[in-house]
Design a protein around this ligand. Structure first.
Ligand code: ZN
Length: 187
C-alpha cells in the first residue's frame, strides 16, 4: 500500500473557517530551489506547531516572531498562505517553504479538508503549477477520496477497498459517480 495513505477514523473537520475559500494554492516561483526561503527552510528549525487542521504556526530559529500559515489540501490542490509580508508580495516565503520542506521530509502530516485524510508526504496527484483545475467541488468526501486515491493516485480499487475496510464494489461505485461528475463538468 502506498505510504502516502495514513489510516485514521474519518470525519469532516469543523474547525475550518469559511475564509479558506479565498486562500491561494501553492505555486513555486521560478528558481525556487535557489531562493533564500528554500535555503532557510532547510537550515532553520521550526519551533512552531499545528493550530488546527488547516493552519500551523511557523517559528523559524532565525526569526524574531512566529507566523500563522494555512497549509492544507483542498480538492486536488494545496492551499498555502502566510501572514508575513514576503508572502503578501511574492506568494512565497520562508515559512511556507519550511512547511513544504518538513512535509517532503515526512516531519509533518497535512490534512485534506474535504476528505479528512492525513497525508504524511505530498501525494503524487498534487500539482503545484496550478494548471489543473479539477472540478472536484461537486464530489462527496467519499467520492473525492476514492477519485484522488485511485484515479489520480493510481492505487488499485481492490487495494484501496481492503485498506479502508470496504467492499471493492462500494469503492467502484464511488469512483463511477466521481467520474460521471468530473467528466460532466469538463469540456
Ligand atoms: Zn511567511
Amino acid at each position: 500500500m502506498s505510504s502516502q495513505l495514513h489510516p485514521q477514523s474519518w470525519g469532516p473537520s469543523d474547525d475550518l473557517p469559511n475564509r479558506l475559500g479565498g486562500t491561494p494554492t501553492l505555486s513555486m516561483p521560478d528558481d525556487w530551489t535557489l531562493s533564500t526561503p528554500w535555503r532557510r527552510a532547510q537550515e532553520e528549525a521550526d519551533k512552531g506547531g499545528p493550530i488546527n487542521h488547516a493552519e500551523r504556526m511557523v517559528f523559524l530559529s532565525g526569526s524574531d516572531s512566529p507566523h500563522r500559515v494555512t497549509f492544507a489540501l483542498d480538492g486536488a490542490d494545496l492551499l498555502a498562505k502566510c501572514d508575513c509580508r514576503a508572502h503578501q508580495f511574492n506568494d512565497w516565503c520562508s515559512h511556507v517553504a519550511s512547511l513544504w520542506w518538513q512535509w517532503v521530509t515526512c516531519e509533518i502530516v497535512v490534512h485534506h479538508l474535504d476528505t479528512g485524510r492525513e497525508y504524511p508526504a505530498p501525494p503524487c496527484w498534487l500539482s503545484l503549477n496550478d494548471c489543473t483545475d479539477l472540478p472536484t467541488d461537486d464530489l462527496t468526501p467519499a467520492e473525492l477520496d476514492a477519485y484522488l486515491t485511485c484515479d489520480l493516485g493510481d492505487v488499485g480499487v481492490r487495494e484501496f477497498a481492503r485498506y479502508t475496510g470496504r467492499a471493492p464494489g462500494t469503492v467502484g461505485n464511488l469512483l463511477e459517480r466521481a467520474r460521471e461528475k468530473t467528466v460532466g463538468e469538463q469540456r
